[in-house]
Design a protein around this ligand. Sequence first.
Ligand SMILES: Cc1cc2nc3c(=O)[nH]c(=O)nc-3n(C[C@H](O)[C@H](O)[C@H](O)COP(=O)(O)OP(=O)(O)OC[C@H]3O[C@@H](n4cnc5c(N)ncnc54)[C@H](O)[C@@H]3O)c2cc1C
Length: 488
Amino acid sequence: MQKIVIIGGGLGGLTAGALLSKKGYPVVLLEQHNIVGGSATTFRRKGGFTLEVGLHEMDAVHDNQSTKEPFDMLGVYENIEFVRPDEFFRVTAEGFDFTMPDRREKALSALKERYPEDASGLDRYFNLIDNLASDIERVQHARWWELMLFPLLFSNLLKYQKLSVLDVLDELLENEELKLILNANIGYYHTAPDTFSILYHSFAQSHYYRYGGWYIKGGSQKLSDYLASIIRENNGTIHTGSEAVSIATEGKTATSVTWKKRGKDNLEKADIIISNISPAQTCALADLAYQETKKTASSLLSVYLGFSKNLKSVYGKQAYSRFFFPGVKTVDDYKALLEKDITERGFVFVDYSQIDAGLCSPDKSVASICTTDFIAPYLEMTEDEYKQKKQDITNAYLKVLEEHYPGISDLVEISEVGTPRSIQRYLRTPEGTAYGFAPSAEQFFRKPQVQSPLLNNVFFTGAWVIGGGFSPAVNSGNMCYKAIVKGR
Ligand SMILES: Cc1cc2nc3c(=O)[nH]c(=O)nc-3n(C[C@H](O)[C@H](O)[C@H](O)COP(=O)(O)OP(=O)(O)OC[C@H]3O[C@@H](n4cnc5c(N)ncnc54)[C@H](O)[C@@H]3O)c2cc1C
């Protein structure tokens, strides 16, 4: 069996590694951080808090074929518990408040009740995103002859491939408030609806409406650790605190990876290399000339909070994930907010006490605030300015929360801010993104690049293959596995 060396232990690298080691391939995984998981990690803080780095909700855990197939093969459902929040999300904006129910039919009828003038447009919107999501799923599993007939069998994908979410909503709907609501969670994927790919939007949103959003009980680290345990149980090796620093090549073949641990160089011979980092970073390791033409996705800022009390018992039943858009009534207002200072931006407040998240003792709670962000301003700050900025951000967001959860600031036991600079530090991603390439209308629809065009035996997995998010990263690991096993 060919020896596989994996660079990076994010969800993509771990999924590919677990599948391949289970199939009998010798796997060595190199992870520069001292834990595996990348964005799918948690960290502990005093007071008994486990803080979730990234996961708020992953889509369609049981029904998305691309997630189900690898999860079935790896026994994920028997070993990891998934929890489903009661609603999709709540939006609190300027002059209106709307809770998007869980499940498609309930969501659709709540929207129609609120916006009856757009009832038929809403029907068309929901049918369209479902159809596009099915086509995307279908194209991933298409046989060669189906791909030959692509223009006939997937005419909708061709029609919508370059359209933005707003292009489509403007065609279907009148109410500007409604357009904002349907995009409330866009910050998880992209910056603004006028450039966001309708295909990506449809795939993600349709799955959330139809099959729910899910949290991993105990935190996303459970899934990452479980995948790592499969690699180890199948005689694979995982080196943490081990950074890949170069790839040796002979012609178009990669032959080994040099990695550094505590300042010492080590060499790992490889028949196949899987890269869980960006194509540009991979090429740089192999000293190959490569100019990336695609734009990188935006980054995220998170404020991680541990509370001395259980928020649900203090404030009662609230939404698990609630978007606050101060001063925002329309998509245009939302876009304008992105230009403002980070302290004035809208955000999502994820209150893990609303579900059985298992992140702290039942008398306390954990929450996180998250918003779209960009790395540039943080790179120019001195350490003192950076520290101060983090404090200002926490204060500004807590002030907004105070209006809806009076006294919440007094319950904060611990708080910590993770900026795009922190993501870059912990994940080493370009521009501190967690989402790979920007899923914009102009560049999202493309053939996923699973195998490197420059090196025959280098494969890719992770957010750079299809797009960001838990499901696409897991799916990309499965695609990478299949490409390697098929070519064996
Ligand atoms: C704050 C936040 C919130 C999020 N919320 C959600 C959500 O609610 N739902 C959802 O579906 N998705 C969410 N995501 C996105 C999702 O977590 C990611 O898109 C996905 O986990 C990326 O997986 P990946 O396989 O690309 O690996 P990554 O997570 O990017 O991991 C790559 C790994 O490679 C390692 N590495 C880098 N360079 C080297 C090197 N030279 N040598 C060795 N190792 C290296 C890094 O340390 C890292 O562990 C969120 C992300 C963040 C940050």
